[in-house]
Ligand binder design. Sequence first.
Ligand code: PLP
Length: 400
Amino acid sequence: GFTPADRIAAIDVSEIVAISGRAAAMKRAGAPVIILGAGEPDFDTPDHIKQAACEAIMAGATKYTPLDGTPELKAAIKGKFARENGIDYALDEITVATGAKQILFNAMMASLNDGDEVIIPVPCWTSYIDIVKIAGGTPVIVETTAADGFKLTAPALEAAITPRTKWVLLNSPSNPTGAAYSEADYRPLLDLLLDHPQVWLLVDDMYEHIVYDNFRFVTPAQLEPRLKARTLTCNGVSKAYAMTGWRIGYAGGPKALIKGMAVVQSQATSCPSSVSQAASVAALNGPQDFLIDRRDSFRQRRDLVVAALNAIPGITCRRPEGAFYTYAECGGVLGKRTPEGKVLETDRDFCAWLLETAHVAVIPGAAFLASPCFRISYATSEAELTEAMARITAACATLQ
Ligand code: PLP
């Protein structure tokens, strides 16, 4: 029989994928399931981006490209970092991969030796932990709380740093909490890192364009030039431009690291898709005004979901600064009995029960290493969200 390698034996298939799969199967079988699981905008890729891809195909951009990005896309990314973040990256400080996920993978494979530690605040997108493990590193989990706005504090970071710390991994706005670091939130962390020259900083800015209420998005390489030589600024087109299926992510960072990441990529995928790179040039260089309309519509949905959640006895939800997720605490509904006679012990029980009885799929906090909570992805229509929140509210009212 097949025996998995040690490096993957400790890694599970994503719980998000598993729950979404179960919900989709119920839906196919005829149940009226509303899926609030996936981390994917419901909007379509804008037409001017699709058009650029079609033109690229017809113009023959159908071959291998340079290893870590076409010159046109690297120039567009350089322009983006300068224009939107005020960071000057040279072309050889920029890399492109098959999704931000591969950017993270390349970075960890290129930099970690066995046992090197990576500090990861939770709740977090669990891929971070599994990517670090596959690369031979040791994830060091640091808990954050709703009271701290789900943000890492300098004392908590300091307590986690050891001589073996290689990276700190931050994600703002965050999947799954929607929490975003302001300049004031970042400052004490950056000051602390200045005193620990062996520690590198990886920031995942994937949800940069999805922030609300005049929140000013900032990123560490812009705030603290003295850390730029050990900061990897990761981003991508998936969430902002509704391009999850095109699979393009990118990063800016010091040349030696970027080169190491290209070595990993050269033996994994050779290069990102030529057509998707052409489309991404159009995304980054083209009109950006539609981002504001989409953000406004995400904000309305956030407000709808947060208000509905906080009206349910036993559930509390912080109003997130960004992304398209809410992360609600549900400790107050645990220990209660369902009409079917089952006691809900954990957030996994609660979410499984909601799927079975209310036909709403949400993801338990256990999947993000912070319980008892659950994540809602509100990247779906207001009509569906209204119905889903009514069902969750009604279901909770039956608990005793
Ligand atoms: N980073 C975060 C925080 C995400 O939530 C996701 C996708 O869910 C990614 C990165 C991966 O994005 P990509 O589609 O570019 O691989």
